[in-house]
Design a binder for this molecule. Structure first.
Ligand code: NAD
Length: 638
């Protein structure tokens, strides 16, 4: 008997997953067959809607069939898995955006790959036996098949809870969490299917609907949101350990079984996807992880322990709260040419790039490597790999879909904008990634918009390493249309882009963030210097502060004391990751903005004065901005 049964009945295209003995686990062939059927039916006028159901009582589909993935991965062939996930995710996107109603009947287990087929349909039906879960972290994968997007949209922090604990949702919980829509007792499904096929009218689903059972999780929502808050997996573990409740203990026990790397990445993904509604973005992000999962993640070990040897004692790569942020960044960094794309997307844009310096050069090279045509210009004559140099800024701008600028300051940006905007096509995007004053960003945007050009101010954080690694964060101001057009480029050059509102808001976010950074770095450095003088060991100080109310990024992630905390420029003789000179530039921009906006920023002003003294009058120029620590060490009170 075939593993999948595909036919049209009356007005319906009908797919039945038919491997009940294997809980209808999805094979590569089944993925391909569903894909072909849906594409046929999309254009078939006799098909008004699609039904997807499954044989047997135990499961709609308990996941992807991992036997072949494991066998090929163990033999060192990662391409089979990469191909499977790529095609599976493309199918998930097809289901999510399908032009006709799709009704799914989700009895028993719907997990992992089953969620990808069952839970992106327009009408998702559950019954008493339904148990829906995203259990991937248990085998070293992140919640995928578009599940990360569903989790990101669940109310409160329930998404983090479901993704990390892999808890199973009953019908009420599944509806609460947005994995299902309608509760209909299973004994009336046969009749409903017959009506849908005969009439081709989706309203029959609503007529058959019953009130949903109570969502068990709804009682714990507040507690879950408090426990699963925080920046990452470590914060969640800290919260769970600190709370002496049954829920916290049970959650911690579940989490302790799962892959720490997968969970840390899952939290990061859920955070990034919150507020984003395009399923393809989630799938593209998931694919970054799964593409690397066999070679660099815990996937093969997870399958070995759970399915092959069944010893249930996986040797994960990391301890529970010891996943370095750099490993999360690595798993989620863009894939360049291997990026997951979708059929209707055009991959090649015409891009102009002005300013091929320390940052612009590698950013332009990453865009070229991802298949875009990039024409670059820099007054200094610099170039970048894969970029064709042109003679002028106007030449780079002419015919560009997106023109990117990465320049030293606002005055230069304004003069380049005067030149290039008249040469740009209406509807093109002027994307300035430089750090400049808010006023210049808004003036340039006004000029561009008047010429029919979308304008975005998108300063970055992440430094030169982020520019070459494609892991920058973009803080973006400007209109929604321009943002959406530039989004595929942000995803190549960076790992995160946040749309902060209208023009100038990207620069506003950048300078506010960096004002906090400048102030906290100074406070961290002067505290270490004080601790020295009080005879407090630096490591002890780190151990206390990094887990107490004085913690900050400056202390925890970029500790200015050599040999203490994670590796940072302090361990490399303060060679700059982020130079004190650039911090001074940003603090000056923040003070300028504060004066213009009549905002009282005494700490920012003090930080600017100290960095000015350090860079202009002392030996700080060319050093990392955390080199304030040796400065304070040397100085006594003024
Ligand atoms: P950079 O000096 O290395 O690069 C700027 C480039 O612009 C230079 O190559 C210069 O020749 C070119 N340029 C200047 N005027 C030009 C003009 N009229 N036409 C064409 N090209 C011109 O500086 P960078 O480090 O690449 O920084 C660029 C921007 O990114 C700055 O605004 C900076 O504040 C910001 N930024 C830098 C970092 C970092 O770590 N370097 C981090 C975040 C943000």
């Amino acid at each position: 008997m075939s593993d999948i049964y595909i036919r049209t009945t009356g007005h319906a295209g009908h797919i039945t997953l038919n491997r009940p003995a294997a809980l209808n686990a999805l094979t590569y062939d089944m993925v391909r067959a569903i894909d072909v059927a849906l594409r046929d039916w999309a254009n078939d006028p006799n098909v008004a809607l699609v039904l997807i159901d499954a044989s047997g009582d135990k499961a709609f589909c308990a996941g992807g069939d991992i036997a072949d993935l494991y066998a090929t991965g163990r033999s060192g062939d990662f391409t089979y898995g990469q191909g499977f996930w790529r095609d599976e995710y493309q199918l998930n996107a097809l289901i999510a955006g399908f032009s006709k109603p799709i009704v799914t009947f989700l009895q028993g287990f719907t997990m992992g790959g089953g969620v990808g087929v069952g839970c992106h349909a327009s009408h998702r039906i559950v019954c008493d036996s339904s148990r829906i879960a995203m259990p991937e972290c248990g085998i070293g994968l992140v919640p995928d098949v578009g599940g990360s997007m569903l989790l990101a949209h669940v109310p409160g922090r329930l998404g983090e809870y479901l993704g990390l604990t892999t808890d199973r949702m009953g019908p009420g919980d599944a509806i609460l969490a947005g994995f299902a829509d309608h509760f209909i007792p299973q004994d009336s499904w046969e009749e409903l299917r017959a009506t849908l096929c005969a009439e081709g009218d989706i309203s029959a689903v609503l007529s058959a609907e019953h009130p949903a059972p109570k969502a068990a999780l709804s009682e714990h929502m507040d507690m879950i949101s408090a426990l699963f808050a925080g920046e990452g997996l470590n914060d969640i573990c800290t919260n769970l350990r600190a709370e002496n409740t049954e829920l916290a203990e049970k959650s911690l026990k579940s989490i302790a079984r799962n892959s720490p790397l997968a969970m840390a990445c899952a939290v990061e993904m859920i955070h990034r996807l919150r507020g984003i509604s395009e399923m393809k973005r989630a799938l593209e992000l998931e694919y970054r992880f799964t593409y690397r999962a066999m070679e660099h993640g815990d996937f093969l070990e997870g399958i070995r322990a759970a399915i092959i040897d069944k010893d249930r004692t996986p040797k994960w790569k990391h301890a529970l709260d010891k996943v370095p942020p750099v490993d999360v960044s690595f798993m989620l960094r863009p894939l360049g040419k291997e990026k997951l794309t979708f059929e209707e997307e055009s991959t090649g844009m015409q891009i102009g790039f002005i300013g091929l310096g320390n940052m612009g050069g590698p950013m332009a090279a990453n865009l070229a490597a991802a298949g875009h045509t990039v024409r670059g210009f820099d007054v200094a004559g610099t170039s970048a790999q894969g970029v064709s140099n042109v003679e002028s800024a106007v030449e780079a701008a002419t015919g560009a879909d997106v023109l990117i600028t990465m320049l030293p300051n606002g005055d230069i940006l304004r003069s380049v904008a005067d030149e290039v905007i008249p040469a740009m096509n209406a509807g093109a995007v002027l994307l300035d990634c430089s750090t400049v004053d808010v006023e210049s960003a808004r003036a340039v945007a006004e000029q561009a918009v008047a010429a029919g050009v979308h304008a975005l101010d998108a300063p970055v954080s992440g430094g030169i390493g982020g520019a070459s690694g494609g892991t920058l964060t973009f803080m973006v101001g400007g209109g929604e249309d321009g943002f959406n057009k530039a989004l595929p480029l942000f995803e190549i050059m960076g790992q995160k882009s946040v749309h902060c509102g209208p023009s100038g808001n990207g620069q506003a976010a950048k300078i506010c963030n960096n004002m906090i950074l400048g102030v906290t770095m100074i406070a961290t450095c002067e505290s270490f210097a004080l601790a020295d003088k009080l005879g407090l060991d630096r490591q002890k100080m780190f151990d206390v502060v990094s887990t107490s109310s004085g913690y900050s990024w400056s202390m925890n992630a970029y500790c200015p004391a050599p040999g203490v905390g994670p590796t940072s420029p302090a361990d490399n003789d303060y060679q700059p990751g982020f130079a004190a000179d650039l911090m001074l530039k940003d603090l000056k921009l923040a003070q300028k903005a504060a004066i213009d906006a009549n905002a009282d920023t005494p700490m920012g002003a003090m930080a600017q004065a100290l960095y000015a003294q350090f860079v202009e009058d002392e030996d700080g120029s060319g050093k990392d901005f955390s080199a304030m620590l040796p400065r304070f060490e040397k100085n006594g009170r003024p």
